[in-house]
Design a protein around this ligand. Sequence first.
Ligand SMILES: [Ca+2]
Ligand SMILES: [Ca+2]
Length: 264
Amino acid sequence: MSTQTRGVVEGRRSPLCYVLLTTLSAALACVDQTSDSTAPEEGPQDVILAVSYVGTANPDPLEEYEVKVHLIDRQTREGGIPSFRTRLDRLRSGREFTISRRKPGLYYVEAQLDWTKDGSWDEFEPSSEPAELNIDRSKPAHMSIVLHDRTSPNDRGWLVGTATYQGLGASGTHQLYFVVQRPADFSTVVQVRAPSLFGSGISFGTNDVFFTTEKRVPAGTYRVVAYWDVNGNGAYDRSEPVGDRVPVFVSPGLPSVGVDIALR
Ligand SMILES: [Ca+2]
Ligand SMILES: [Ca+2]
């Protein structure tokens, strides 16, 4: 609409205009009276959550995690687990998550961050305290949720991963070692031996070889390397299959999962 045209409409209204405006005002007044004289409309309402994380977890800054919100009706036990994905640094500053149209009632609410990305709730994963939320009949429900660590800052973390090897002689009674090293000087922090399959040693090819350091690694940044100890001396020798050093973060009391090493 041009400036000139707008001026005509606002400044010199036609008789038809006044009729329409008067009718519209009357209609609005009628609506106002109706809404004033009855109870608010009942029905499902949005749940607007302010979700944040407080803790010491030190993830890869590009990693995204799923936050699951358990929202269960106290009376009917019905509900669901809506979720969203986010980076942990974004969650530290808080973000809003809206769950649309839930039936009014008293709900149980608890949220959890799936640190291990396995779709299940592990006891060490950041989570919120259980709380109750009343979803009113006439307006959206608001709630703050704080996810916090289940561990303390000085707790040790651990690494979980696998090794693969496609070379000749991909099975044997030799041992496979995983070494967690400090990045500055490659000194060893923890060395673990992969469990032998059926007590007969390592067999690559059909299965990746699984390892865990268990809770032995202080929080920090490390490199992990794996080698196949062919001569059985408990140390790496130059002719033995070995993988590249993989950088990992270890957070207090949390596992670093998915550390995969390809031996050559
Ligand atoms: Ca999990
Ligand atoms: Ca060796």
